[in-house]
Ligand binder design. Structure first.
Ligand SMILES: [Zn+2]
Ligand SMILES: [Zn+2]
Length: 389
């Protein structure tokens, strides 16, 4: 399989550079998805466009079981600072997370699968818009695709990958269990009564109250949660005031929370509310809203076994490593919440010249492209040949 995939190196590099030169933001992947649909059609796929707005679903094979493979297609609002032949031609937009590579690799998977006839069932290719952003109603690309039926019809497992600038080419990272954090946002206002800075006793100072609320918010993780529960509460924005001698009437603050278990999510929500109740004790009031974001990505043990066994055979067992835990966001968790699924991190490091994700100098070592395509393809075929996990 790796040999087959290596024959696609040049083609996948071409795809990837093309997507890299014409990056598009979340839910605006018009050119990208048209190109994806065109290639899938050439490969004989059954293709459905405009799934979850700008997403594309392709299928090869027939009936069940179904294995779904996901790639995200969106870029970031960032001006590229690389000056190579394939640097972004769209000002202020850049593939700085590697989703161009994911899209190219999944096209490679479709081609590799199109060469196979020895399998039962269906391989479904999920080309997803907007992994990095949500739309105005708060839904990301994965959620929109699911709403449009992308996971219907009896999907058995879902798999995917993300390139990693910190892992050398030829190696992958994968672990069972939580692999990214669930993400919610809170937006709040502390309400007081404004007045003259020289006469604080005639006001209800919301800045003073906010000081206490901040302490309580920062105590949630350290004083309220079981130390073995991974979670974060971070305040990211505080806005108030116009002048040094005016006590304002309101402080706006917002923040993010991360968790890996629904139980902890519930607990954090309750504790955040409790922290804001301090405003009332101190004579003010508050408004608090939660925006529920994407769920945590939980890698299924059996799917992880399937991927890592496949990867060990393709790459050598010394090249499959456990994942470094983190509470970053990854909306693949929306798919793997529905059926057993797992995502692995594919080494794409440019040795001696590491390029950080979401940075204007981000780039990948394109040698990773056939490797990622081979692991996804072989894992999918093994699942279909076994008929179950
Ligand atoms: Zn990203
Ligand atoms: Zn990403």
């Amino acid at each position: 399989m790796l040999n087959h995939a290596n024959n696609l190196q040049e083609k996948l590099t071409k795809y990837r550079r093309d997507f890299h030169m014409y990056p598009e933001l979340g839910f605006q992947e018009f050119r990208t998805s048209a190109k994806v649909a065109e290639v899938l059609t050439t490969l004989g796929c059954h293709v459905r466009s405009n799934v979850g707005r700008t997403g594309v679903v392709g299928e090869l094979g027939q009936g069940t079981p179904i294995v779904a493979i996901r790639a995200d297609m969106d870029a970031l609002p960032l001006q590229e600072d690389n000056h190579n032949a394939y640097a972004s031609l769209n000002p202020g937009i850049m593939h700085a997370c590697g989703h161009d590579a994911h899209t190219a690799m999944l096209l490679g998977v479709a081609e590799l699968i199109s060469w196979e006839n020895n399998f039962q069932g269906t391989v479904r290719f999920l080309f997803q818009p907007a992994e990095e952003v949500a739309d105005i109603e708060g839904f990301s690309g994965a959620q929109r695709m699911i709403q449009d039926g992308a996971m219907e019809g009896g999907v058995g497992i879902v798999i995917g990958l993300h390139v990693s600038a910190h892992v050398p080419v030829g190696k992958i990272q994968i672990s069972a269990g939580p692999a990214s954090g669930g993400v919610d946002t809170f937006r709040a206002s502390i309400l007081g009564k404004g007045g003259h800075g020289a006469r604080p006793h005639e006001t209800v100072d919301p800045i003073y109250i906010t000081g206490h609320v901040i302490l309580a918010l920062n105590g949630i993780i350290s004083r309220k949660l079981n130390p073995f529960d991974a979670a974060v509460v971070s305040i990211g924005a505080i806005h108030t005031g116009q002048a040094e001698n005016i006590i304002p009437s309101k402080v706006d603050l917002s923040g993010t929370l991360r968790y890996t278990q629904p139980r902890v999510q519930k607990q954090i929500h309750a504790e955040i509310k409790r922290a804001f109740e301090i405003a009332k004790t101190l004579g003010g009031d508050y408004q608090l809203n939660f925006e529920i974001g994407t769920p945590p990505m939980i890698n299924d043990r059996k799917v992880v076994n399937l991927i890592s066994t496949t990867a060990r055979e393709l790459l050598g067992k010394e090249n499959v490593f456990p994942l470094q835990n983190g509470l970053g966001a990854e909306d693949f968790g929306c798919f793997s919440e529905l059926v057993p699924g797992a995502m692995f991190y594919l080494g794409s490091m440019i040795e001696g010249n590491e390029r950080e994700h979401h940075n204007s100098r981000f780039d990948i070592n394109e040698r990773c492209l056939p490797i990622g395509a081979a692991i996804l393809t072989e894992t999918a075929l093994r699942f279909l040949r076994n008929g179950s996990l």
